[in-house]
Design a protein. Structure first.
Ligand SMILES: Cc1ncc(COP(=O)(O)O)c(C=O)c1O
Length: 411
């Protein structure tokens, strides 16, 4: 029986990550370094030197918390509007709504899955305070165009680089163009420390405002940190046993018994805030981040390589997300008439395909009313969500897996 191939499922975890997490769980002298310690500053230093050019950085427990703080630093609040693309994640919308502002949905371009420039322009009103530029699946958006629209309307910009860490637009790193760049180090992202995020900015006034808020952040509890560390150690074990059936039960039990954490909590899907964040990035998770950080370029080069193989083996007529040299392919996304059925059939072949985003605001079981999204607002995004299917490109995918994955799709 062949091992299961996954899309997502904490794809960046390798042996060294497991060793680091285990050391924090087992070594007595490390038990006192879970919340605070030198790794927090080291992580900030790494981010700042990666982006260079007088970039200032701050880390958070997650990208969603970072985004929330970015919006607050830009004075977003009650009565303001924030332009955000459809075909995004509910946690982005929650961050906007928690400030009291209204998310205004802008439709996407059919092929890039990024915000449509003309529609962004026409969505601007005197109430618009911020425009969020998302680089979907690692494909840079039309940054210059969107920033020009924002400037014209006196609107601030945030780049949502949850999918695009290391991707370059015209040779410059995404995240470094807007007033503030938001990074995510969640389990399914470019690099991972289970859960984490950061903000970067070159604007010193903005940085001061961000830092003031950051100083007031609470620390994650030991229980939450333990869940994250156990996730690193136990999740790969469950994955390796998945094809035998017991892995699935094992992973389910870990979640049901709250031994490990969830990526997105049920209350978040209904637009509610989770009690334990925003908070600081714990020292123990910063240690995982420091370990993965130097691998950004190699991991992205691997993703690009796997994407090239998919492209070569796909039919000419296959409807895929725009391919460019700038794309880092967090996932290789194509569009089919019945993605749900293909996912089901491929699963029987031991290939778990991705479902980002199977709903216009993902994941698929989100309460769209809570997101203030009404059907018909963004027809292109709705159509793309009804057809999207993602293939894995992560570091565990080998060249030989590509044929197996495509064969499972073709079934
Ligand atoms: C487009 C996008 N932005 C932001 C986020 C938030 O990142 P995090 O999971 O670190 O909170 C996500 C999460 O999946 C996302 O998909």
């Amino acid at each position: 029986m062949k091992k299961t191939i996954f899309t997502g499922f904490s794809p960046n975890t390798r042996a060294k990550d497991m060793t680091i997490a285990t050391s924090f769980l087992l070594f007595p002298w490390k038990l006192f370094q879970w919340k605070q310690g030198p790794n927090q500053q080291r992580a900030v230093d790494l981010i700042e030197s990666y982006f260079g050019d007088s970039t200032n950085a701050l880390t958070y427990d997650s990208g969603r918390s970072a985004l929330y703080h970015a919006l607050l630093a830009l004075d977003v609040g009650e009565g303001d509007e924030v332009l955000v693309q459809a075909f995004t994640c509910m946690v982005v919308i929650n961050a906007i709504r928690w400030t009291g502002a209204t998310p205004v949905y802008v439709d996407i371009e059919k092929n890039t899955l990024n915000m449509d420039l003309a529609k962004a322009e026409s969505a601007c009103t005197p109430k618009t305070k911020v425009l969020i530029i998302q680089h979907t699946f690692g494909l840079p958006a039309d940054i210059e165009g969107l920033i020009a629209v924002a400037k014209k309307h006196n609107v601030k910009t945030i780049e949502d680089c949850a999918h695009s860490l290391g991707a370059r637009y015209k040779g410059q790193l995404t995240g470094s163009f807007a007033d503030i760049g938001m990074l995510s180090f969640g389990g399914e992202k470019v690099i991972s420390c289970v859960r984490g995020g950061a903000l970067i900015t070159k604007d010193t006034t903005l940085f001061d405002a961000l830092q003031k808020r950051h100083d007031t952040l609470s620390q994650s509890t030991r229980r939450v940190i333990r869940q994250h560390l156990l996730h690193v150690v136990l999740f790969p074990i469950g994955k390796s046993l998945y094809h035998l059936g017991i892995g699935k039960i094992f992973l389910k039990l870990l979640k049901e018994l709250h031994i490990t954490n969830k990526i997105i909590y049920p209350e978040e899907k209904n637009g509610k805030q989770v009690a334990w964040y925003p908070s600081q990035l714990p020292n123990a998770l910063a240690a995982l981040l420091i370990h993965q950080f130097p691998h950004i370029e190699a991991m992205n080069a691997h993703r690009k390589h796997i994407a090239t193989l998919y492209k070569k083996q796909c039919k000419e007529t296959t409807d895929i997300q725009t391919e460019t040299d700038e794309h880092i392919y967090l996932r290789f996304t194509l569009f089919v008439d019945n993605p749900k059925k293909i996912r089901m059939i491929a699963k029987k072949q031991g290939v778990m395909l991705g479902d980002w985003y199977s709903l216009v605001i993902g994941p698929g079981d989100v309460d769209l009313d809570a997101a203030k999204y009404t059907k018909g607002m963004c027809p292109v995004a709705e159509e793309r969500a009804s057809k999207a299917l993602n293939l894995p490109t992560d570091i565990h995918i080998q060249d030989s897996d590509v044929t197996r994955i495509l064969a499972a799709c073709n079934e």
